[in-house]
Ligand binder design. Structure first.
Ligand SMILES: [Zn+2]
Length: 67
């Protein structure tokens, strides 16, 4: 069962629901019972920390070709 991080748009209460994706739209805020909730996408690292390389400045890098 997937979990979804949700946030209530009325009271900004953050909560997590455990439900099927078809049930997700039917959830309500457990605090104020509002149905105006939206999914909260937390920051997930998706290949974020790649690159940099460090040493290459200009074209005088000996260890690589074409960076
Ligand atoms: Zn609420």
């Amino acid at each position: 069962m997937p979990t979804y991080d949700m946030v209530c748009q009325d009271c900004e209460h953050k909560f997590t629901v455990f439900c099927a994706i078809s049930e997700k739209e039917k959830q309500v805020c457990p605090k104020c019972k509002s149905s105006k909730i939206s999914q909260r996408f937390t920051s997930v690292n998706i290949g974020g920390s790649k690159g940099g390389g460090g040493g290459c400045s200009g074209s005088s890098c000996a260890g690589c070709s074409g960076c």
